[in-house]
Design a protein around this ligand. Structure first.
Ligand code: NAD
Length: 291
């Protein structure tokens, strides 16, 4: 069993990005600049945004963090997005989800200019991805594909079972793994909460991508020997031994599943750091679009 070390792969990719940005800057080119919008004070969102902003400075990117209270209206948020769309210095716009219930996430995502859609959630980005055209890929599936490529994991012809069909993880993951690319060409089964007999599916899987949001959901009896596991879940569970009172676990019962795997991502330090890499690569790409 080999651990897929997201932290190490991310460090490697970040070094490459850092070098590229320094070269661009030395030639008088544009410094990539990410704008992040955070509405409210959800602790997990605070942590994610903080991480993204810190990574920007680590890589030599500019960043702007706009924070607003939960009383912000949808119209006010649309106005902020419009200002960022028009600001020539800003290359990428990220609106941290979830948003308060009274704001439509769809309306906000649709308002982001597709050339600045570094999260890859806009319908134009998703449509192009589906057609295999060059675009911003959603950061988490993009990061997972980068990790598979880094470890030279050949998924051609393999049976991949994706658990979860969200627009930001499960669905795009199923599309990317099935595409005629490298890595790609997997045979994909997309499963979700209405799937009958999920265990029968996962037992057939050569690769499982778990993106559910349910701690330790995937158990050892649900997987075959030699399986490759990508655990996307990030779940906080109570842990009195920690100062914070909680710890993070994935959607996979790591302790019992790992011994059966050929490769497995841990949580934390697996998919999470790779997601940030996907976002940073998208921001660099956005900064290179002529406007
Ligand atoms: P979501 O809530 O939008 O989607 C969850 C999916 O799981 C749904 O499609 C649902 O059908 C499926 N599901 C629920 N119960 C199921 C069951 N019993 N059997 C089969 N499928 C079931 O969640 P999401 O945004 O896709 O996120 C999933 C998890 O990944 C969360 O824990 C989230 O925090 C985490 N996440 C991690 C990263 C990262 O960078 N590591 C990025 C995004 C999301």
């Amino acid at each position: 069993m080999q651990i897929l070390d997201g932290l190490a792969v991310a460090a490697h990719i970040k070094e490459q990005i850092k070098t590229e940005v320094a070269t661009v800057k030395n030639k008088g080119g544009k410094t990539p600049h990410l704008a992040a919008i955070l509405v409210g004070n959800n602790p997990a969102s605070e942590a994610y945004v903080g991480n993204k902003v810190r990574t920007c400075s680590e890589l030599g990117f500019g960043s702007t963090l706009l924070r607003f209270g939960t009383e912000m209206t949808e119209i006010e948020l649309l106005h902020e997005v419009k200002k960022l769309n028009e600001n020539k210095d800003i290359d990428g716009i990220l609106v941290q989800l979830p948003l308060p219930k009274h704001i439509s996430e769809t309306a906000i995502i649709n308002a982001i200019h597709p050339n600045k859609d570094v999260d890859g959630f806009h319908p134009i980005s998703q449509g192009k991805m589906l057609l295999g055209q060059d675009t911003f890929l959603p950061a988490t599936p993009y990061g997972i594909m980068l990790m598979l490529a880094h470890y030279n994991i050949d998924i051609t012809g393999k049976h991949c079972v994706v658990i979860g069909r969200s627009n930001i993880v499960g669905s795009p993951m199923s599309v990317l793994m099935a595409q005629n690319t490298n890595p790609g060409n997997a045979t994909v089964t997309l499963t979700h909460s209405r799937t009958k007999d999920l265990k029968a599916m996962t037992l057939q899987a050569d690769i499982i991508v778990a993106a559910i949001g349910n701690p330790k959901f995937l158990t050892a009896d649900m997987v075959k020997d030699g399986v490759i596991i990508i655990d996307v879940g990030i779940n906080r569970i109570e842990d009195a031994t920690r100062k914070s009172g909680y710890r993070l676990v994935g959607d996979v019962d790591f302790e019992n599943v790992a011994p059966k795997c050929s490769f497995i991502t841990p949580v934390p330090k697996g998919v999470g750091p790779m997601t940030i890499c996907g976002l940073m690569k998208n921001t660099l790409k956005a900064s290179q679009i002529a406007r």
